[in-house]
Design a protein around this ligand. Structure first.
Ligand code: ZN
Length: 160
């Protein structure tokens, strides 16, 4: 996420992002295509927290196994589950540009959600940098190629 977009979130939801903004221990790493989704999650959490008298603080935002992860302290189970559902939308949003996207597995098994245009762009960057073809397999193709079952590669844990 670029600094300008991070700042928009920090300024608009100062309480929610208090810790993430001030402490380098916490991190915020994903591309800008998920900005609108993060905005919606932030609005949702802020309103829900007000209603329930909670004071959640974001401690980590990142991409894991291609999906958005949004970790807070001071939340409760209900709020956590609602946020999880919103994060699931990232499975269909290109992490780079925000257009509709789908799962791909690139290179050595790295999961991501990309739209066709960003996939092409990354493939071109890869060609220029490494002089070869970047893999753009779907998860199904990748697992067939690597002889792995879906469950082996599925995000199984919810650890930060
Ligand atoms: Zn894209």
């Amino acid at each position: 996420m670029n600094e300008e977009n991070k700042d928009k979130l920090y300024r608009s939801f100062p309480d929610l992002y208090e810790q993430l903004k001030e402490d380098d221990y916490y991190f915020f790493t994903c591309h800008d295509g998920w900005f609108d989704l993060l905005w919606r999650i932030s609005e949702y959490v802020t309103k829900a927290a007000e209603k329930q008298g909670l004071e959640p603080r974001v401690v980590q935002i990142k991409e894991k196994f291609g999906e958005l992860r949004f970790y807070m302290v001071g939340s409760n189970r209900e709020l956590h589950q609602s946020v999880q559902k919103l994060c699931d939308e990232s499975q269909h949003i290109c992490e780079r540009c925000g257009q509709p996207g789908s799962f791909r597995v690139t290179g050595a098994g790295y999961w991501c959600v990309r739209c066709p245009a960003c996939l092409l762009m990354e493939a071109e960057q890869y060609r220029q940098r490494w002089g070869g073809e970047q893999s753009q397999m779907t998860p199904e193709e990748w697992m067939a190629r690597n002889n792995r079952r879906f469950s082996d590669s599925e995000p199984g844990d919810d650890e930060p």
